[in-house]
Design a protein around this ligand. Structure first.
Ligand code: ATP
Ligand code: MG
Length: 565
């Protein structure tokens, strides 16, 4: 028997480029990619898109992918970030071939800089940062040559070496590539290659006080690793001529840069710098706050890596930046959880129900289905007794029209239990209902009446004597605006923070099967949504995060346009 045909992959222009290169044997049939995070923060869902492309496309063509830390900015980089990035890539389900750091290449990069100086292609400039900016010109105005541009090769070699030796303070001099100050592409107007920064590096310590700029380090690192297809986001499109210029001048392995669109999500910020601000200013509890779009945040929130990979495959890649609906990500999340999350009963805001005609000391074990989507998931027993909790929302003393849940005189079904009818209520001195009394029909055990009579509503419940207590954290979007970057004059994005993004519900009651759950376990609380046990859970004091509510708004939108431009 032959293996089943794999489903055809949706087309993707980067896949097309790779296929063409394989056809023309451009890289001797090799596909080598890399994922190059700067270790200056935690990875977010935008990075997941890049990871799925870098690793996913290489896998598709039996290629290899390196994880390379782009650690050329010593003051911002920390080992904590390196560790979290490795953990997150693995969690997403990918395995790197080589593990590298741009700082591994500092010696080689320095040698190549010397080579460019010797070839008359780089020079030491004494202009200040402000002067360099001024001399650079604008899109409509050509730049001016620096007066230091014509320094002799000997003087450049001498000064560059002294820069490296630590003779000059930060900002005193830079090394620049000598290209064309009149180029229509600003990146080609003698870009800075090295700056002086007396700053300790997380790996090289105090060995260096000059550090290469992104544009000089990145392409050369790709080339050293013989990367064939170097994917990056669209803002680097204008840097591609410079990427190619360095490779040509140095005559090194011709890696090729391919740009794709950054992921933007509604109600979400995807920028490590801004996410760091949220953490530092205490707007969230940390990088892994379940409201954060970081991989550690959404993992804690309850996302499965499959859901993220499926989402990334569905959004594909393009050559124009757009905005994806958060609802689309949540759609893939629900689709995945619906298949895998066991169902349980939990009551978030309990209202006591006493079944007056049910024997005081009796407990019955009701059969409950663990997952109707997965017959292999089996069943469990849920204890039923005389005093139960139901949701406050599932009772109305004066039910509005079309409210079919419990109300005086109304009969409803208790899920996996019996039909009950409300007979009377007990109120406190503020006239609030604090206890609902009911009678049950013993003939309806399991949820159906032998006489075939119908009820219009089924509600969930837990047995009061058996329930376990929990705190349940409900989340809304972290920002109230679709585009959190859109602000009024004088405000920054924090003005768009949603003051109601977290609601902690204490005193929730859960069915006893949840007593021993481990952090990270995911469940569907019937009728309420998907929930995940939080690492702050302790035995006897469980904490659950609502991953997502049940209602799928995306399924309705799906027929309309997916991209918001
Ligand atoms: P940030 O602005 O969040 O710091 P970055 O682009 O500076 O993002 P890097 O650590 O340099 O972050 O990114 C590593 C890789 O991930 C790069 O190839 C980058 O293009 C890609 N990437 C970052 N953000 C996104 C995003 N929102 N969508 C797709 N790819 C992204
Ligand atoms: Mg960056």
């Amino acid at each position: 028997m032959s293996a089943p045909e794999p489903a055809p992959k949706p087309s993707n222009f980067i896949r097309d480029i790779i296929q063409d290169d394989l056809k023309t044997n451009k890289y001797a049939g090799r596909v080598q990619t890399r994922f190059p995070p700067e270790p200056n923060g935690y990875l977010h869902i935008g990075h997941a898109k890049a990871i799925c492309l870098d690793f996913g496309l290489a896998d598709e063509f039996s290629g290899k992918t390196n994880l390379r830390f782009d650690d050329t900015n010593p003051s911002k980089e920390e080992t904590e970030y390196v560790d979290s990035i490795m953990e997150d890539v693995k969690w997403l389900g990918f395995h790197w071939d080589g593990l590298f750091y741009a700082s591994d290449y500092f010696d080689q990069l320095y040698e190549w800089a010397v080579q460019l100086i010797k070839a008359g292609k780089a020079y030491v400039d004494d202009l200040s940062a402000d002067e360099i900016r001024e001399y650079r010109g604008t899109l409509t105005k050509p730049g001016k040559n620096s007066p230091y541009r014509t320094r002799s090769i000997e003087e450049n070699l001498n000064l560059f070496e002294r820069m490296k030796a630590g003779e000059f303070p930060d900002g005193a001099r830079v090394l620049r590539a000598k290209i064309d100050m009149a180029s229509p592409n600003l990146n080609m107007r003698d870009p800075v290659m090295y700056r002086i920064l007396h700053s300790e590096h997380h790996r090289t310590g105090n060995k260096w006080c000059i550090y290469p700029m992104y544009d000089y380090a990145h392409g050369q690192s790709d080339s050293l690793e013989k990367v064939t297809h170097s994917m990056c986001t669209l803002e680097f499109e204008d840097h591609r001529p410079l990427y190619n210029w360095f490779i040509q001048q140095l005559g090194i392995f011709p890696s090729q840069q391919i740009e794709f669109d950054r992921l933007n999500l509604t109600y979400t910020l995807l920028s490590k710098r801004k996410l760091l601000q949220l953490v530092e200013q205490g707007h969230v509890s940390g990088w892994d706050d379940p409201r954060m779009p970081t991989l550690s945040g959404i993992r804690r929130r309850g996302y499965n890596p499959e859901a993220i990979r499926n989402f990334c495959a569905a959004i594909g890649v393009s050559k124009t930046n757009g905005m994806i609906e958060l609802a689309m990500l949540e759609h893939f999340l629900r689709e995945d959880l619906n298949k895998h999350a066991p169902r349980v009963m939990a009551v978030l805001r309990p209202l006591k129900v006493v079944i007056d005609n049910y024997p005081e000391n009796r407990t019955e074990e009701m059969d409950a289905v663990n997952n109707p989507e997965d017959p292999g998931a089996g069943t469990r027993k849920v204890p039923f007794s005389r005093v139960l909790y139901i949701e406050q929302d599932d009772f109305r003393e004066d039910p509005p029209k079309q409210y079919y849940r419990l109300s005086p005189g109304r009969e409803v079904r208790l899920r996996y239990g019996y039909f009950i009818t409300c007979t009377n209520v007990v109120k406190n001195d503020r006239s609030e209902v604090i206890e609902v009394h009911c009678s049950y029909d013993p003939a309806t055990r399991g949820g159906n009446a032998p006489d075939g009579r119908k009820v219009k509503s089924t509600i969930h419940w837990v047995s009061a004597a058996h329930a376990i207590d929990a705190e349940v954290r409900l989340y809304d979007t972290l920002f109230t605006r679709e585009d959190p970057n859109q602000t009024e004059e004088g405000q920054d994005f924090t003005a768009n923070l949603n003051p109601k993004s977290l609601e902690a519900v204490r005193g929730a009651k859960l069915e006893p099967s949840l007593a021993g759950v481990t952090p990270g376990s995911r469940f569907q609380f019937e009728r309420l949504g998907y929930f995940c046990a939080d690492p702050e859970s302790k035995s006897g004091a469980l904490v659950f995060n609502r991953t997502v509510a049940l209602k799928d708004t995306w399924a309705k939108i799906e027929k309309g346009p997916q991209q918001k431009k």
